[in-house]
Write a protein that binds this ligand. Structure first.
Ligand code: ADP
Ligand code: MG
Length: 253
């Protein structure tokens, strides 16, 4: 469908004998924010890492903007040619719990480096792109600061700007506020909320249930590598149908 940015069908992932993703089906439409909840170890990070090809997916299919990613071999398995992967990673931005900014570069430089190296932008163009994206996350005034001069919340917003500067089709967020001091969580969630309002397509792993309730179009509850329950935030958070979802919510509120 034209408005589908991501469609995942029957995705599996093994680590050796460990069957971590056991048939994930998930669609994210343009402009949608989908929140993934689930206990530690349920496979949330593995799913996001497969969608950004930091991990090679096992069986199953991933469609990005209506196109199958990789090539289907005769045996029906999908091969992911190496040369396609860097282009794919540009189309799917990812932000992690650990911000991993380059410590010897200013915030602005951290955001400029990807567009210059991977999108071929000139220094001047990259500077404009950096300014626009630092502005989007409300941190333009820190453009010339080094990561060590920024709070965790500010660093995480720079990391978001850095991902946005690649002009991805969608953004993946993996517990981006989990490493922050509690008083810094709000500013990062606010920046993500603003992105949602700007129409960015987002797939977000978080334990922030208030954020999920207020910002998500859909909430997905993962359990042991499958999607156990999904629906609107009202359905999943206020009226969960399955006992495991209820147990999870009880232990997180
Ligand atoms: P979550 O993000 O929901 O906490 P993960 O996707 O990180 O879950 O992990 C799911 C399962 O896969 C866990 O049992 C974890 O130990 C295992 N796992 C994750 N990454 C690896 C890896 N690189 N090698 C082996 N096992 C892994
Ligand atoms: Mg995780």
């Amino acid at each position: 469908m034209a408005d589908e940015v991501l469609r995942v069908e029957g995705l599996h992932k093994h680590y050796g004998p460990l069957h971590v993703l056991r048939g994930i089906d998930l669609t994210v439409r343009r402009g949608e924010a989908v929140v993934i909840l689930g206990a530690s170890g349920s496979g949330k990070s593995t799913l996001l890492r497969c969608l950004n090809f930091l991990e090679m997916p096992g069986a199953g299919r991933i469609h990005l903007e209506g196109r199958l990613v990789g090539r289907e071999a005769r045996d029906g398995r999908i091969r992911y040619p190496n040369r396609e992967l860097s282009a794919l990673r540009m189309r799917v931005g990812m932000v992690f719990q650990q911000f991993n900014l380059f410590p010897h570069m200013t915030a602005e430089r951290n955001v400029m480096i990807g567009p210059m190296k991977l999108r071929g932008l000139s220094e001047a163009e990259a500077r404009r792109v950096a300014a626009a994206n630092l502005e989007k996350v409300g941190i333009l005034e820190k453009a010339r600061s080094y990561p060590a001069q920024l709070s965790g919340g500010q660093q995480q917003r720079v990391a978001i700007a850095r991902a946005l500067a690649m002009e991805p089709s969608m953004m993946l967020f993996d517990e981006v506020t989990s490493a922050l001091d509690p008083e810094l969580v709000g500013e990062v969630l606010l920046a993500m909320r603003q992105l949602r309002e700007d129409g960015m397509t987002m797939l977000i792993v978080t334990h922030e249930l208030g954020f999920a309730y207020n910002v998500a179009d859909r909430v997905v509850f993962m359990e042991h590598g499958v999607i156990h329950e999904e629906g609107t935030p009202q359905q999943v958070l206020l009226n969960p149908q399955r006992p495991r979802t209820r147990d999870f919510l009880r232990s997180h509120t």
